[in-house]
Design a protein around this ligand. Structure first.
Ligand SMILES: Cc1ncc(C[n+]2csc(CCOP(=O)(O)OP(=O)(O)O)c2C)c(N)n1
Ligand SMILES: [Mg+2]
Length: 322
């Protein structure tokens, strides 16, 4: 095995553990919600390969903007699960001292500029973040995660066009998970792929299998290189599926059972686990140890958040814009 192959293999195993962490975190979040210990929130179960595959390719000084389905992006970036749980629960130990809930988390030390619950809000700010990087002569890039629903809004087109015209170092990552809240993508878009829109603005783009983390790692590496060296935007579409409901709790009565089952058969975590086992990269025992490690981490994190205090009244007017 060459040195380069060793690096690639390690990045795949690391990405797998990140995906396990996201899955375990999201399922615990849903369980806490079901037990009325935590408020409503959106999970990214089924989409873990997109978050892990893209974010593993970023540098520490790159900046991230994301949407309401952001826990996976935060965890892939190295956020502490306990501080995310605490934020969702409104506790003082959360990343924004409990003021953001799940829908507005930003983490300055991790370069996470924004979680926007205004669909497309992240797209409206991305060119500005890209412009600030250009003006500071940094070779860092901005990455904006958004959904297929956001791509049907006008702001997506304005954002992409402006980034193209002004040569802004923004990587657009559309997580096309087939759903836009309770509306199927096919009801709002004639095209299957959001990447097709980019051509009209002169922006290179690619759609990849968003459930195959090796494919995402590879495509994101090329996309990040392009944006970093060319100082121009690129659109990467990760074609995937939102396996749980839009927002917990959700009985998914509106979901086609066959479609859901067919995507579950392509579960991104099972896919890479089987491949790594088949190729002799990981044994079942090693996989079990990885699951145990993330499960313990998530249990400890949830307990940390549950045990944390709510902010005091003196916190009510700090860190807020008036
Ligand atoms: C401007 C705006 N319109 C509507 C909503 C309600 N809403 C929240 S999430 C969502 C669906 C977004 O779909 P998509 O962009 O594909 O993201 P996904 O939820 O699939 O990750 C909608 C319509 C909102 N939050 N903001
Ligand atoms: Mg969607």
């Amino acid at each position: 095995m060459t040195a380069i192959e060793t690096v690639v293999d390690r990045s795949v195993t690391e990405a797998l553990e990140t995906m396990m962490l996201i899955r375990t975190f999201e399922e615990k979040s849903a369980a806490l919600r079901a037990a009325n210990l935590s408020p409503n929130m959106c999970t990214s179960v089924g989409q873990e390969a997109s978050a892990a595959g893209v974010i593993k390719n970023l540098r520490e000084d790159d900046l991230i903007l994301t949407n309401h389905r952001s826990a996976g992006h935060l965890l892939a970036r190295g956020a502490e699960p306990g501080r995310i749980f605490a934020e969702i629960m409104g506790k003082s130990t959360g990343y924004c001292k409990g003021k953001s809930g799940s829908l507005h988390i930003s983490v300055k030390e991790l370069g996470v500029v924004l979680t926007s619950t205004i669909v497309g809000g992240e797209l409206s700010l991305a060119p500005g973040v890209g412009l600030s990087l250009s003006m500071s002569k940094s070779d860092a890039i901005a990455v904006v995660f958004f959904g297929d629903g956001a791509a049907t809004e006008g702001i997506f087109h304005e954002s992409l066009n402006l980034a193209a015209v002004w040569n802004l170092p923004v990587l657009y990552v559309c997580e096309n998970n087939q759903w836009q809240a309770y509306v199927h993508r096919k009801e709002t878009m004639l095209a299957d792929h959001v990447s097709e829109f980019a051509r009209a603005y002169g922006v290179p783009s690619k759609t990849v299998d968003g459930n195959d983390v090796e494919v995402v790692l590879d495509a994101a590496r090329n996309a990040v290189d392009y944006v970093r060296t060319m100082r121009k935007p690129y659109l990467l579409e990760t074609y995937t599926y939102r396996v749980r409901g839009h927002m917990e709790p959700d009985d998914q009565a509106y979901v086609d059972k066959e479609e859901l089952a067919s995507w579950k058969r392509r579960d991104p975590i099972s896919l890479i686990q089987s491949r790594l086992q088949r190729d002799g990269e990981l044994t079942q025992d090693e996989i079990d140890v990885m699951w145990q490690r993330v499960q313990q981490r998530v249990e400890d994190a949830a307990q940390f958040a549950l045990d944390s205090p709510y902010p005091g009244f003196d916190e009510m007017t700090t860190d807020v814009y008036a």
